[in-house]
Write a protein that binds this ligand. Sequence first.
Ligand code: G3P
Ligand code: CA
Length: 273
Amino acid sequence: GGVQGNSSGRPLVIAHRGASAEQPEHTLAAYTTAFEAGVDGVECDVRLTADHHLVCVHDRRANRTSDGTGVISTLELARLKELDWASWKTLDDGSSTEQADRDPERGRLLTLRRLLDALTDQRQELLTLIETKHPTRWGGLVERQLVQVLREFGLTTGDLPGLPHVRVMSFSLMALKRMQGLAPQVPLVYLIDHAAPRLSFDGSLPKGIDIVGLDMRIVRRNPAAVEAHRRRGHTVYVWTVNTPEDVERCVEAGVDALISDRPRDVLAQLGGD
Ligand code: G3P
Ligand code: CA
């Protein structure tokens, strides 16, 4: 199995897209805020740019989380770097554009390399969940680029002390199998959406995959799904766990790691260390 909770018996707390309730998701500030809050790990989504760089962006398009528009995979890295990736959130929070403009660094695009730099600087075994998006396109280019970047950071050989503990996640078994072929030592997480066929909720996983990432809606509907997975030897992560009630449900169900937009609140509820 993979990571089984932390040493004090509480589930691990993972910052979803960084501390994304407090800071603009997938910005460096979202991750440094998560580190300061004392998280056990972080989650990020990665997409390919038109010139094949991996950037940390959730949506297919730039529209929601930047001041630009367009499909990420049709835009070059240089163009994406010109955009402001923070002001949308600042404005959501009721502050002014001028305030957002004062610190352009805040709005800088986060590349996977820059995130891994920040993570390795922490010199801790932070659980690092990297979700590959658009799994059915480019015949595995996303996975090849990801493995290349991970290799640069020495992160394809399995968990090492003082370095991030990387797990690659996908809703697509095909994408996970491609990843397995390229970097067999990197543990994989099969993500299961609440709308997935019921049978797969506690079903067996392909050889070499023993971590599931369950939609919180599955746990609400059927908390026993967690135990069913654990009986099969699976480690269970749950996303996105944002309320005290959901945190409680996950603790009672025996979840190994909670992926939350509000990791600071979750840590406070769980009583720290
Ligand atoms: O951690 C898994 C979760 O992030 C999957 O859903 O849409 O937030 O990427 P999404
Ligand atoms: Ca994700």
